[in-house]
Design a protein around this ligand. Structure first.
Ligand code: TRP
Length: 336
């Protein structure tokens, strides 16, 4: 088999997907998966969610919602291997193996762990590890296993995940050094242009800032959110800059070129902010409509979602099985 370029990424199964996720991650990933010279892997990182969330009902519901969302946004399971992490037990076997290679010092330097420690320090808590579970500490190892399990060549992620990919490379090289050239050290692919969509308060759109526009909001709620977008205090009739306008940034992310040019002209002519918001609302509403319609259809049919994921997991298993066998052999974990 000639080795195709393998692109893999994981999707966290928490939170309401929002416009920032849609234009920054979901649509670009789906577009990238259409390339014919690559083999694409996309999975629901459902076991990662144990770290922060102890509500099983919520975990189950979020996994379903996120899977339905990706399918509604155009993910084609014929072109992408789309599966649940929890359906691939080899990942967890590999995670143990990798944890025996990764030095504790490496993980001490992981951003998420360091942030939790400095939180404790800021609160003057004596035990700097208070409230930190081993899942949080080991998170980068599970992520490395997600990636190395499929010998992925590249991993598109947000800037915040870059360190995890570097750690994955480190661990892969260490494995290969000890046991032979088996694992592939992956490259992070970070798109500098994405992830910068502003939220309604002007900061980066993010669930933690509570400034998001959820993809599947009702019309009324969508209108209200758009009307809340922060603007400066220029009056109607005064020319406005597109370069420091949240409304324009969002409009630009969802509109075709001719409409963007048109809006730019309206800004120069001094369009009132209320009016600009109306134009944005109309555009946003029609941009989101096909995704919403598809989503509403899909959530009525959980068995379709389930079957899609089971089919994907079968493919993922058949790819990971020979790799875990190769790894076990190399480790000397084999029959007599
Ligand atoms: N940690 C990633 C995030 O928070 C999600 C993720 C889990 C992932 N496993 C992965 C991404 C493997 C890429 C590859 O976004």
């Amino acid at each position: 088999m000639s080795k195709e370029h393998r692109v893999l990424t994981g999707i966290t199964t928490t939170g309401d997907p929002h416009l920032g996720n849609l234009v920054g991650a979901i649509l670009p990933a789906i577009k990238a998966s259409e390339k014919t010279d690559t083999m694409s892997f996309l999975f629901l990182a459902d076991y990662h969610s144990l770290i922060k969330n102890s509500d099983s009902q919520l975990r189950h519901q979020s996994s379903f919602d996120i899977a339905a969302c990706w399918l509604a946004c155009g993910l084609d399971p014929k072109k992408v291997i789309f599966y649940r992490q929890s359906d691939i037990p080899y990942i967890f076997e590999l995670a143990w193996i990798l944890s025996c290679l990764a030095s504790k010092g490496l993980l001490n330097r992981a951003h998420a762990y360091k942030a939790a420690v400095s939180d404790n320090q800021a609160k003057k808590i004596e035990d700097i590890d208070k409230g930190i579970n081993m899942g949080l500490f080991n998170y980068p190892i599970l992520m490395a296993a997600d990636i190395l399990m499929f010998k992925a060549d590249s991993v598109p992620v947000g800037q915040d995940q870059k360190q995890h990919i570097e750690m994955t490379r480190d661990i892969a090289l260490k494995f290969n050094h000890h046991y032979g050239e088996i694992l592939t050290a992956p490259e992070a692919i970070i798109d500098k242009n994405t992830g910068v969509l502003p939220g309604i308060d002007g900061r980066k759109m993010s669930k933690s800032y509570e400034n998001t526009i959820p993809i599947f909001s009702e019309e009324g709620a969508l209108r209200k959110l758009v009307m809340k977008i922060k603007t400066n205090s220029l009056e109607p009739g005064e020319p406005k800059e597109v370069s420091d306008s949240n409304i324009f940034d969002i409009y630009k992310a969802i509109s075709p070129k001719d409409k963007i040019d048109e809006m730019q002209k309206l800004y120069q002519e001094g369009i009132a902010w209320g009016e600009a918001k109306k134009v944005l609302f109309e555009e946003l509403s029609s941009f989101l409509k096909p995704f919403k319609n598809e989503y509403n259809k899909i959530i009525k049919d959980p068995s379709f979602v389930e079957k899609t994921l089971v089919d994907g997991s079968e493919k993922a298993l058949s790819i990971s099985e020979p790799i875990i066998k190769e790894v076990r052999q190399a480790l000397g974990i084999k029959g007599f």
